[in-house]
Design a protein around this ligand. Sequence first.
Ligand SMILES: Cc1ncc(C[n+]2csc(CCOP(=O)(O)OP(=O)(O)O)c2C)c(N)n1
Length: 509
Amino acid sequence: MTSNKKSVQVFIEILKKNNIRDIILCPGSRNAPLILAFSHDPFFNLHAIFDEKVAGFVALGMSKISRKHTVIVTTSGSAILNVAPAMLEAYYSNTPLILVSADRPKNEINIGDNQTMLQKNVFKNYCHHFIELHENNYIKNAQRFYHELSTFNNSETFHINMPFKEPLYEMTPKSIDFQFENLKSKELSKTDFSFLENKKIAIYISEIQLDEYQKQLLDNIISKNKAIVIPEILSNYHHQKAIYNFDFFNGDYKQEELPQYLITIGNQMIAKRTLFRNHKNWKFKHIDCANHNRKWKLSNDFLFIKDELNHLLESISNFEFEYQWMPNSLNIKKTNQEAEFIDYLKTQIPENASVYWGNSSVIRHAEQTNKYSNKNILNMGNRGISGIEGVLSTAIGSKLKNKSIQLFCVLGDVSALYEINSFLWTKLIDSFTIIVLNNQGGRIFERINSKIPQKSLPYFKSYYPFEIEKLANTAEAEYVQIKQMEFDKIKNHLNNSFEKKIIEVIFED
Ligand SMILES: Cc1ncc(C[n+]2csc(CCOP(=O)(O)OP(=O)(O)O)c2C)c(N)n1
């Protein structure tokens, strides 16, 4: 049995055809047809999360691991907008996500009923595809959905809006017979990269999930001196000869000391000062390699290559020449106790773990202390557009998809409290270690600008004196407290056992 709404039946067929199985259901009445249909179909893996903001990030975390679309199903009205932060992050980090919102029929909107609003394309600036599937008149748009979902690689976001009229809870046996139109195969254009031969090439890698083949190509490039490679922590690329310094190009170099070609791979960079925009005199060609269209020009001389990462790396790797140059690596790393702690923490995190680095100071310290590691650790974070929200729920989602992995999530105290709801949803997973760096408020602002007037400082810090131990009660986790002077004691709490643990590290300056 399934919902009697044909648009729902077709939607489900399209997901199945694309082998999309992970569904997060956010309860509601308008979306009852979707909930009824999904819950009667054993093909799908279902989770129920009533908090749409958390649901969005959990879905994001699942997609980050599976590299397939996860579907969030919401009811109508404000529920949808609660998914916005996760939708935005997915959009900017090229993470596949589908938001399906139930809606009222057009003639029932803006006529005085509560809990309705104009939902059509609400994410128009932050979503790759918007499609409306009407209850009866759906065939054309359903074909479009099928085409766009099947044609675009797994890095795009969809908002599907589905108006339903009452009654909403009627069930029938499946009653559609949807004919999938044949897909036209996409012609992949291949750029000739021979112009890179004998040139000074730098490859900067920001957040990305490289496959083993791509890593091998990079290993070959770097070990045979075809290009210098600068990986950020979220690239999870490691090589003894890589340059771990996101400030690498921020020095006062002469033109001849710098590469002629800068190739960027991956999503947004961790820090905007890395963006090479200070180099008014440095002439280089920027080649950006992405799998969706973006305008990320770091130089007027710009080439955008879509979906050609493998071909680009293969071409460079096949070149005969070796470079004979190496700019002096500039080191302007500032350090503090928290950065030192993070540096130490990395040495103690067990092999094969997955670490979610929170935003604000944490990810910056994690990047600052990024260096070669032969440990197999997956470093994750939300650096598309997210601020301090949603990192823990994203981590929860990733653990749901990758149950065997030991999960760590490192957050500042404000970030942890901002996301207090997510501590409730740790119940979805059976083990985790959350590390809260408690420096009593948001301290990043005074680090960026030491001249913030005393009178204004409390409004930047917005310190909320809350016992982190209470978060452990909410998450039904063991609680450990460590003081800054003895931060190395953390090593006693990071063993390989799988348990629920919250470790608070207190920093006072
Ligand atoms: C959603 C959102 N709101 C506001 C901000 C602005 N913001 C940036 S950092 C920060 C404070 C973070 O404090 P904490 O998590 O304790 O980190 P730390 O003090 O270690 O930098 C705030 C409020 C943001 N990034 N995201």
